[in-house]
Design a protein around this ligand. Structure first.
Ligand code: NAD
Length: 371
């Protein structure tokens, strides 16, 4: 099979030379676009050395059998794909399912990394987790960059510096890594989440769990959080107001799959924060957890720096590419043979992540997904 690696508007690359080498050793061919991995320090020479061939973007798109990308291709580029192409990316069909029809019309197959179940068996393929973990780590470092204060407590000859107080909203994968990172830097950390399961995880990292009673938690939601009642939101807002005025850094990660992010920080709450404090909003691409967040921007409001970024993993480009590629490699083990791609739709991971197969829409097809 012919694998294509494209240069993306991202500092990461989807297939590292190590993974490309694996494809080639199994008898496949690899084309790469000039500079595909250079922002992650995987220079073209590394791809050349293992036998991959540099081609133009147009040729890669029109001739590859398999394209693995970080971000989905544009509609214009999808139109240029050959029939029977296999596309692998994060298509977020739960945000907009119309993308499936586009693929179906072209007769191609599409597999969405963000549909891989969040189960123990699929952990080694879980791109959402590896990228969220990097984002959580980087969010803390980003905050320290803007914070005019120390994170740890320090006893100096000139006096004692108190530790910074860090508040984490949403203790999923990104939130837990943010807690761990802030703790390592010596901050005092508090966190809250609506999922009951997160309490133990927060406490095991040495942070304080802030509990708001009455959270709705649906164990059938695949581990994802669900929309909360108005009563809960009110109680949560009151508690946030109490905690936020003392916080030096707030990192927000709260997401509702397929829906806008819950608004957890009001403008009034920001006004109560100490000047110089920092909010890092990792939910900015889905509307943000803070009402003042602007996606992909750093803004200063009421003396508080607000960083809106949902793609901080791309800033740790080398390691993020390595982990992304490893996840891809583990996922492809389910289907890639020397002869080509073979799909066993009895495998829950394949069934859930395949959104279109040879022109047939699988996503949302209950009968197919339960087959
Ligand atoms: P996510 O990015 O969808 O959301 C981030 C966090 O925000 C979640 O913990 C969510 O509960 C929380 N949240 C949502 N609304 C909130 C609100 N109003 N207030 C406070 N917090 C709110 O989550 P994620 O990190 O992708 O994790 C999703 C789920 O998958 C979790 O249950 C996680 O433990 C689970 N998971 C399981 C595995 C595995 O078993 N292999 C791997 C990774 C993740």
């Amino acid at each position: 099979m012919l694998f294509g690696i494209l240069r993306e508007e991202d500092h990461r690359v989807s297939v590292t030379p190590e993974l490309a080498k694996k494809f080639i050793s199994e008898g496949h061919e690899v084309y790469f676009e000039k500079g595909a991995g250079s922002s992650a320090y995987f220079e073209d020479s590394l791809y050349n050395e293992i036998g991959a061939v540099e081609k133009s973007r147009e040729e890669i798109i029109s001739s590859s059998n398999v394209l693995i990308t970080l971000a989905p291709l544009s509609k214009e580029e999808v139109a240029k794909l050959a029939e029977n192409t296999f596309l692998f990316s994060s298509f977020q069909p739960f945000q907009d399912a119309s993308i499936c029809e586009t693929f179906a019309t072209k007769g191609i197959s599409a597999f969405s990394f963000d549909m891989i179940p969040r189960s123990s068996i699929a952990q080694s393929m879980d791109i959402l987790s590896s990228m969220a973990s990097i984002s959580g780590y980087k969010a803390v470092l980003k905050a320290t960059d803007y914070l005019p204060r120390y994170m740890p407590m320090l006893s100096t000859a000139a006096g004692t510096v108190p530790p910074s107080k860090v508040l984490i909203m949403g203790a999923g994968v990104a939130g837990l890594q943010a807690i761990a990172t802030a703790k390592r830097l010596g901050a005092q950390v508090e966190a809250f989440d609506t999922r009951a399961a997160s309490k133990e995880e927060v406490q095991s990292l040495g942070a304080k769990f802030v509990e708001v009673e009455g959270a709705s938690d649906d164990t059938n939601a695949g581990g994802y959080a669900v929309e909360q009642s108005e009563e809960y939101k009110k109680k949560q807002a009151e508690l946030i107001a109490l905690k936020i005025e003392k916080a030096d850094v707030v990192i927000t990660t709260a997401q509702l799959r397929g829906r806008p992010a819950p608004k957890l920080i009001t403008e009034e709450a920001v006004k109560t924060m100490k000047p110089g404090s920092v909010i890092v909003d990792l939910a900015s691409s889905t509307g943000g957890n803070c009402v003042l967040t602007e996606d992909e921007k750093v803004v200063k409001k009421h003396g508080v720096t607000i960083i809106g970024s949902s793609n901080l993993a791309a800033e740790i480009s080398e390691q993020a590419s390595v982990l992304f590629s490893k996840n891809v490699q583990n996922y492809l083990k389910l289907m890639l043979t020397k002869e080509g791609l073979n799909f066993n739709f009895n495998d829950e991971i394949i069934l859930q992540s395949c959104i279109v197969y040879k022109g047939e829409v699988i996503y949302g097809n209950e009968a197919k997904q339960k087959a």
